[in-house]
Design a protein around this ligand. Structure first.
Ligand code: SDX
Length: 418
């Protein structure tokens, strides 16, 4: 990274601050010595202007709607890769080939079972426990079965292998059906679908269009640089907490409706509009009304101030997969009408609000038969390799330090009891 200097004039001081320039020309003012040199810190609520790290994993250009994993455009990866190849690319820096690919895929395939003792945890949950609560606690609980943490690569394989099994078991728990075990003769996406939809009373063949749609969805969700849940994973991992606990923290952050929980909220919003006679114009107006807490879920993004390339790919895929499956979902038409009217409306245009990854993903999950409560779990299954890659990059940094932001104190000044 080349450096130049910025000048900061503060009261009677003038200091030079190095400028850091990334490989895509992004510029940053390095303030790591600011407090020591000036006694000042910066304040940036929501971190909209603050870089927490340098990273070589994912590049986003929000103005141009560009998303690349390790330099590869998301469109190419979505078109021609399998999810486990993309997971390897994110974590280890290259698409696996030959023996490396075989070892990676085989290692994951052979570790999809969870310890039989873990099945007892599911019995303790109430029937309709939200699967994100189960996923977060099961991720942490994996650290009780693999406590050493002395083989990070093996723990990474274990986690990627067992996540779909935990997710599928949480679905089976919610519908009161017996767990279906993973199979070594199925690929990653097909295995999850088989564990989720196979019933002990009948045969089940994974529909190819559903398998490929799931593979696409997992790839599109795989990483997204320093979003809320990834920053959480880095924060927790920076204290040297183990991989499983750090990923559980990512699951919890992703659950929020402003983040990964939005895909569930989008469908609930579309269902509300449908139940209200499909009057999408009324809801667009409500979303613009500052006195209403209604937001167009699946719209807007902190970084993308142009289209989200993932939403573009998913919109196309939704048409394709629903046609393949013979599904005619009125919610898709409502979503398209909402997008059309919003993109022509000054309120959304002025604020550069476009559909994000969550706007169309739920339509696909619905068509695939995945229940709404599982949507954010699906997001987590996709994001897992991205969280792992970012956690590993942070932990492999020899100059890495615990994340510990400062604050500006605005509370009571000193006072005494008495
Ligand atoms: C994800 O960061 C990532 O990379 C996340 C993610 C990933 O892959 O990890 O891409 C995944 O989380 C996508 C986002 C999913 N969330 C939603 O769809 C929820 C709805 N969207 C918003 O809540 C909002 O747009 C956020 C949370 C996504 C972004 O919030 P910001 O950047 O803090 O923007 P903001 O709230 O400051 O909004 C700026 C303006 C405000 O209006 P004014 O105060 O200027 O008048 O835009 C308005 C907001 O009221 N606005 C919306 C809106 N989103 C923003 N108005 C109506 N509907 C919306 N959806």
């Amino acid at each position: 990274m080349d450096v130049a200097n910025a000048k900061l004039i503060l009261e009677d001081q003038e200091i030079d601050l190095p400028i850091v320039i990334g490989s895509e020309g992004e510029k940053a003012v390095d303030i790591s010595k600011l407090r020591a040199q000036t006694g000042h810190i910066t304040l940036d609520s929501g971190y909209g202007n603050t870089g927490s790290c340098s990273s070589g994993i994912t590049f986003i250009d929000g103005e141009k709607g560009i998303l690349r994993y390790r330099g590869y455009p998301i469109e190419e990866l979505a078109e021609s890769c399998k999810f486990l190849d993309v997971a390897h690319l994110l974590i280890y820096g290259q698409l696996p080939k030959g023996a490396e690919k075989d070892a990676w895929v085989d290692g994951i395939t052979r570790r999809t079972l969870i310890h039989e003792e873990m099945k007892k945890f599911f019995e303790g949950y109430p029937p309709h426990a939200h699967p994100m609560a189960i996923l977060a606690s099961m991720f942490t609980s994996l650290s009780t079965f693999y406590p050493d943490g002395d083989d990070t690569d093996l723990d990474i394989v274990r986690l990627i292998a067992k996540a779909p099994t935990i997710a599928a078991f949480s679905y089976k728990k919610s519908v009161g059906q017996p767990f279906v075990y993973p199979r070594n003769d199925l690929g990653y996406a097909a295995n999850f679908l088989n564990m989720t939809f196979r019933k002990p009373t009948e045969d089940y063949v994974v529909p190819e269009s559903v398998r490929s749609a799931l593979n696409l969805l997992l790839i599109l969700h795989a990483d997204h640089e320093q979003n809320c849940s990834t920053s959480t994973v880095r924060m927790v991992g920076s204290s040297q907490a183990n991989l499983f606990a750090s990923m559980a923290a990512g699951v919890s952050a992703l659950w929020g409706p402003l983040h990964g929980g939005a895909n569930q909220k989008v469908i609930e919003m579309l269902q509300r509009i449908e139940a209200d006679g499909g009057d999408y114009k009324k809801y667009t107006e409500m979303a613009k009304d500052r006195n209403s807490d209604f937001r167009l879920m699946g719209f807007g993004h902190r970084v993308y101030k142009n289209f989200d390339p993932r939403a573009r790919i998913l919109k196309k895929a939704a048409d394709h997969v629903l046609r393949d499956l013979g599904v005619d979902d009125p919610l898709l038409d409502i979503a398209k009408n909402l997008e059309e009217i919003a993109l022509a409306d000054e309120y959304f245009v002025e604020r550069k609000l476009y559909p994000n990854v969550d706007f169309y993903s739920g339509i696909l999950y619905r068509a695939m038969g995945i229940p709404t409560e599982m949507f954010t779990v699906m997001f987590a299954l996709g994001r897992l390799p991205g969280w792992i890659a970012q956690w590993k990059e942070m932990r492999d940094d020899p100059k890495g330090r615990i994340y510990r932001p400062r604050q500006v104190y605005v509370g009571a000044t000193e006072r005494h009891i008495g």
